[in-house]
Design a protein around this ligand. Structure first.
Ligand code: PBG
Length: 343
């Protein structure tokens, strides 16, 4: 038997050869670290379903942001968490200038200048007493189910985005999945004099079971029947149906037309086909969100010795980049950069 003329293994023979022909890299600057912010001082509350992830008050958050910068992670996505008692039907607290997110933005801008890219999640679910991402309306005549409606929701989102811009956000990220929100947020930002603030649209966001741990962390689980499905899947009247991939093209086209600067697909690993599809159709920067349930799966498997944590995190980040994402939002971002799992 003669050896085959084409032998892929020739280029796998050493680390140097493998690095030379590697098609995909993950740089720390391509990672975005999601962080939960609460009011008060000296608060650091672990989240049981998300090992090593905590809700922090601004004073406790700043050292973590400094650490992120030190290891090369230069962007953060902030999520505000408020007390149940401060929530109401329309999420009034989302546009409170004294809220945890505006406070964190002002402090981070003062501490880090332009070195850190400040992104914020723009959505009402953490601020409404019913936990939905928009404002509710009564059932249709003769119907039984309350509805989440776009009309009254859009001005709330636009106000929240303008507040974040005012407090120092570089990028606002509407994650609510109402129709027309990117246009409404763009118009609201521009009218408030923030035409330089970018919009990262959660353009393609699926109604996913993988958001479970996040809702623990953010206290944002929906309660109240919007459609016939129980939690965690009852955002199905606004988030996308996991059975649909072609529909992603429609969501992307609309958001680009309305002024989205960056696009996002979420979750990441179970939807890599969608990441690749969006990559092929749009030249806008593409972000994939490795969500809380994806993080929790790796952590749980590693905790019982079924997976090597470092190797699994590294491979997941590479897979998301290989599928076509420019940036990856990951709860592992800072640790992965610090430990060199991006190499
Ligand atoms: C807000 C929002 C959610 C996530 C990001 N923004 C939760 C949801 O839609 O229920 C999920 C992030 C994660 O699971 O890590 N709408």
């Amino acid at each position: 038997m003669t050896a085959p003329a084409v032998r892929p293994r020739r280029l796998r023979a050493s680390i140097a050869l493998r690095d030379m022909v590697a098609e995909t890299d993950v740089r720390p600057a391509q990672l975005v670290w999601p962080a939960f912010v609460v009011a008060g001082r000296d608060r650091e509350e672990p989240i049981s379903s998300l090992p090593r992830v905590s809700r922090r008050s601004v004073d406790r958050l700043l050292p973590e942001l400094e650490r992120a910068l030190r290891v090369g992670v230069r962007s953060v996505m902030l999520f505000g968490v408020i007390d149940e008692a401060a929530k109401d039907a329309v999420g009034t607290a989302a546009s409170d200038p004294a809220g945890p997110v505006p406070a964190a933005l002002r402090a981070a801008r003062a501490a880090f200048g332009d070195d850190l890219v400040l992104m914020t999640d723009v959505c009402l679910c953490g601020y409404t007493d019913h936990g939905h991402c928009g404002v509710l309306a009564p059932p249709r005549p003769g119907g039984t189910l309350a509805r989440v409606v776009d009309g009254p929701t859009l001005p709330r989102l636009a106000a929240m985005a303008a507040l974040h811009a005012e407090a120092g956000a570089d990028v606002v990220a509407p994650s609510d999945m109402m129709d027309g929100r990117v246009g409404a947020v763009r118009a609201g930002l521009d009218a408030a004099g923030h035409d330089g603030v970018a919009i990262l649209s959660y353009a393609v966001k699926y109604a996913s079971a993988f958001y479970g741990p996040f809702r623990d962390a953010a206290g944002s689980s929906p309660h109240g029947g919007i459609d016939s499905h129980p939690a965690p899947l009852d955002r199905r009247s606004y988030q996308m149906d996991p059975r649909n991939a072609r529909e992603a093209a429609l969501e992307v086209a609309l958001d680009v037309a309305e002024g989205a600067d960056l696009l996002l697909v979420k979750p990441a690993l179970p939807y890599l086909d969608v990441v690749a599809r969006v990559r092929a159709r749009s030249d806008r920067p593409l972000v994939a969100y490795q969500v809380s349930g994806e993080y929790a799966m790796i952590e749980a498997a590693a905790a019982v010795g079924a997976l090597d944590r470092a190797a699994a995190v590294r491979e997941s980040l590479i897979a998301i980049r290989r599928a076509g994402a420019d940036l990856v939002i990951s709860y592992h971002a800072v640790e992965a950069a610090a430990e060199g799992w991006t190499r």
